[in-house]
Design a protein around this ligand. Structure first.
Ligand code: PLP
Length: 404
């Protein structure tokens, strides 16, 4: 029998108030809590900052609130946090090189929705456009393109994970009669590589393409680059038309979230009014979380730019340390500039069993975050060394898939 069904049957049915759980069910929640507390210590392969405290916001969980509609246009359903959501968008406008009165955006369910929004906007502006994206692009993008029935071409990546500009140029030249929609990665999923917007624009100019659209997927690095010295050109200031950034990655949040940003004049072309919600329908989701905008707002206001700078600098320091220490034990680890993604050859199975890691073909990575500690890296490197020693007589280590 299914274990979940079995668990629910062998415990007493709840009695009295529906809010009271049976002792068996309560024990299951305790067990889950204990399990997650342990797993958090070994979760190093995904960009989910675990360090946050939103307890001052818990009281808002008593309301059935909903941010349906355009955060900037108001809604008949006033049980919302649109005011805070607008402030979040204005903060992100400042981080992404655009005047706040020229930027429109909203809080999404995560990076995927922001990418879908950017590609939706691009397709509305250029219905016959072809989308170009590199082979290192997040897996959800080809799904979005399938959903939208948009013509698309996958471009080769360089060894580092950055788009191959020559392949991009050749492909665009073949289809010069069709407006290109460029899907640029600012921090690829596996290697943290950055597709440079200035180089992409040079490609477009050399190909004499006047009409184009650039969407930037800055899911993770969008909250790293505003806080480093001399970042590569990556945002609206460099020529992006829309940007997607995840909220639960660098900021950290128990609920997935993100921000979709677009040049306001484009959004005005697609919005339409819906009478019964008394709002403009400009977002992808209808009902939307009213809690996540509060989380992001709270982090932005309580940490401030100085707090974010510190989080990013700590994460970069930890990444440099992880890279050095892995090299010291013979693991050829490497990193892209401005990245906290430390790439190394796929480790022995024992490492994948103990640690929460994200292997892909013959590479794997460790992602350092504000919650990463020196002690955690000590244990990780010690385990890696031990696993390599135990694996010595097994197959020889596979060389990394890509190394710049
Ligand atoms: C580069 C990139 N884009 C998009 C996504 C999807 O973001 P989300 O999981 O927030 O939907 C990810 C997730 O890891 C990512 O790494």
């Amino acid at each position: 029998m299914d274990r979940e069904v079995e668990n629910s049957r062998d415990s007493e049915a709840p009695s009295g108030s529906p809010a009271v759980l049976s002792s068996g069910d309560a024990a299951r929640l305790d067990q889950l809590y204990a399990q997650l507390t342990e797993e958090r210590k070994v979760a190093v392969g995904y960009p989910c900052n675990q360090k946050f405290d939103y307890s001052p916001l818990y009281r808002f969980l008593e309301f059935a609130i909903n941010n349906v509609g355009d955060p900037f246009s108001g809604s008949r359903f006033r049980m919302n946090t649109h005011v805070f959501e607008r402030e979040v968008v204005r903060h992100f406008a400042r981080y992404t090189g655009i005047a706040s009165d020229e930027c429109w955006g909203y809080v999404t369910n995560g990076g995927t929705e922001g990418n879908m929004y950017g590609l939706y906007m691009a397709r509305e502006l250029y219905p016959n456009g072809i989308t170009y994206f590199s082979e290192d692009t997040h897996y959800s993008v080809s799904k979005i393109l399938r959903l939208q029935h948009t013509r698309n071409i996958m471009i080769r990546s360089q060894a580092s994970g950055e788009i191959d500009y020559q392949d991009l140029e050749e492909s665009i030249r073949i289809h010069r009669d069709v407006p290109p929609i460029i899907f640029a990665n600012v921090g690829t999923t596996m290697t943290g590589a950055i597709d440079r917007i200035d180089r992409i624009i040079e490609v477009l100019q050399r190909a004499c393409v006047a009409n184009y659209y650039i969407h930037v997927d800055a899911a993770f690095s969008g909250l790293i680059l505003p806080f480093v010295e001399d970042p590569p050109p990556w945002h609206f200031g460099a020529g992006a038309d829309s940007i997607s950034i995840s909220g639960h990655k660098m900021i950290g949040s128990p609920l997935p979230c993100g921000v979709a940003l677009v040049r306001k004049r484009y959004m005005e072309r697609i919005s339409r009014s819906i009478e019964y919600i008394g709002a403009l329908d400009t977002t992808i989701s209808g009902s939307r979380s009213a809690i996540t905008p509060l989380f992001i707002w709270y982090a932005l206001r309580s940490l401030g730019d100085a707090g974010f700078r510190e989080m990013v600098s700590h994460s970069l320091e930890m990444a440099a340390s992880a890279e050095t220490r892995l090299k010291e034990i013979g693991v050829p680890a490497w990193r892209n500039p401005f990245s906290v993604t430390v790439v190394f050859p796929r480790p022995p199975a024992a490492m994948l069993e103990k640690w929460i890691l994200a292997p892909y073909r013959n590479i794997c990575h460790l992602i350092t975050l504000p919650n990463t500690t020196k002690e955690q890296l000590d244990v990780f490197v010690r385990d890696f060394k031990k696993a390599l020693a135990e694996n010595q007589n097994a197959a020889p280590p596979v060389p990394p898939l890509c190394r710049p």
